[in-house]
Design a protein around this ligand. Structure first.
Ligand code: 13P
Length: 250
């Protein structure tokens, strides 16, 4: 899958009933006739099929927000990677901080999910990010390296992987790291990926955490930023599209 810059992904989280979700997807589909970059939406499981149908004549990518670490079985309430594919998803977010911290997901679990997702042909959007305490105590790099070590399956190639750097303290708070900090951290992550994966420097790295139409241009002007993973502002078609345009997308 070729991912042209800017890569702008919207994580709807646990938001959207059928009417709103389809209206949002419909507005994006009308604008996205010939995309110059990569636009993707990650609706809740219940809307993946309907949204995928709604955008099927465009190159908008549809993904899931999580998957199980087994391809099928007796796991009540869970959703497997092959089911996401069957519903029309091409990608999946793994390791989001709301699952790591809110639901106690470990790096080992994320690694197991990663393997099943890739075996199912899904693009994996792997989220990593430090907490505020780790940020303040200067442990950011150590934490990011540990998350990559723990959650990347051994021996994988760079294909089918996007990394999203989402500082936990920037998610939903209106706070973001400074320009220089984002540039530095992305460069560090790129070097870490190069050490762990043959050709890993080519893996796109997105920034996520309080991306809005007001700060999107500045963030996406950073050379080391290949795009953004947007939460709240992706629920409004106009905001989401203006973030995409701010990154040079049309
Ligand atoms: P916000 O854009 O709402 O801060 O959320 C970011 C995020 O968690 C995207 O995955």
């Amino acid at each position: 899958m070729k991912l042209d810059r800017p890569i702008v992904f919207g994580n709807w989280k646990m938001n959207g009933l059928r009417a709103d979700g389809l209206a949002l997807a419909g507005t994006l589909a009308e604008r996205a006739v010939r995309l110059t970059g990569t636009l993707g939406v990650f609706p809740p499981f219940t809307l993946i099929h309907a949204v995928a149908q709604r955008v099927k004549d465009t190159t908008i990518l549809v993904g899931g927000q999580d998957c199980h670490d087994k391809p099928s079985g007796a796991y009540t309430g869970c959703v497997a990677a092959p089911m996401l594919v069957d519903a029309g998803a091409k990608a999946v977010i793994l390791g989001h901080s709301e699952r790591r911290h809110g639901l106690g997901e470990s790096d080992a679990l994320i690694r197991a999910k990663f393997a099943v997702a890739r075996a199912s042909g899904l693009l994996v959007v792997l989220c990593i990010g430090e907490t505020e305490a780790e940020y303040l105590s200067g442990e950011r790099s150590k934490r990011l390296a540990a998350q990559l070590d723990g959650s990347l399956p051994v021996g994988i190639g760079p294909e089918g992987l996007v990394v999203a750097y989402e500082p936990v303290w920037a998610i939903g708070t209106g706070r973001t790291p400074g320009r220089e900090e984002i540039a530095l951290t992305h460069a560090e992550i790129r070097a870490m990926l190069g050490k762990r994966i043959v050709g890993g420097e080519a893996v796109p790295i997105l920034y996520g955490g309080s991306v809005k139409p007001e700060n999107a241009a500045e963030i996406m002007a950073i050379e080391a930023v290949d795009g953004v993973l947007v939460g709240g502002a992706s629920l409004d078609a106009r905001s989401f599209w203006s973030i995409y345009q701010a990154g040079g997308g049309a």
